[in-house]
Ligand binder design. Sequence first.
Ligand code: MD3
Ligand code: FE
Length: 206
Amino acid sequence: MIQARPITIADEVTLLRGGAAPTGPIVTAIESIAARAPFRHLQTPGGGTMSVAMTNCGPWGWHSDPRGYRYVECDPLTGERWPPMPALFTNLAGAAATLGGFPGFEPDACLVNRYAPGAQMGAHRDWDELDKRFPIVSVSIGLPALFLWYGAKRQGKPVATLVEDGDVVVWGGSARAGYHGVRKLPPGEHPAAGALRYNLTFRRAK
Ligand code: MD3
Ligand code: FE
């Protein structure tokens, strides 16, 4: 199902190079999700606007506004439930988690990030999920980007890893609390995604 040799890039952080290739069908699925739940630039509690555009699929969707970060069952933009998670996504996330050492992962949320050139994600950790024993599975699509891994502390020099189209990262256990980010995306052109990078993060929210 996934054809990739797991590479350990930090303790309990596994990279599956090309684990989601070919990504054409994933881009098609993202486009149909975005037709129902459009990409939007969320407001942060601190008063900023995210440079990354986001949407979600699955039972729960991650949301941010001046009141804080949380998972919501309905898209605040449309009032409708988030589009269902495609079987392609669920199967990919489960298989990747197993290869990363976390069998039995059934995500109930998939945050879809869209990066245009210049978009970035500052150091943060994914901490709005109820049960931190579940891992997070990340799938990169389109233009390459530099993943920044800070580890236990937000400050300091991160380990940078280039992630390319089709790459999958699984992190859990001790790495679940790790700070991470994405370096400002340089311009480029990709056959599957045009001038964009997408990232899917599969989570168990509840
Ligand atoms: C593991 N997304 O949505 S995936 C997020 O590419 C988020 O859009 C990022 O962080 C994205 O919350 C990155 C998470 C990640 C980032 C850097 C890493 C995992 C990593 C570096 C090393 C190992
Ligand atoms: Fe994150």
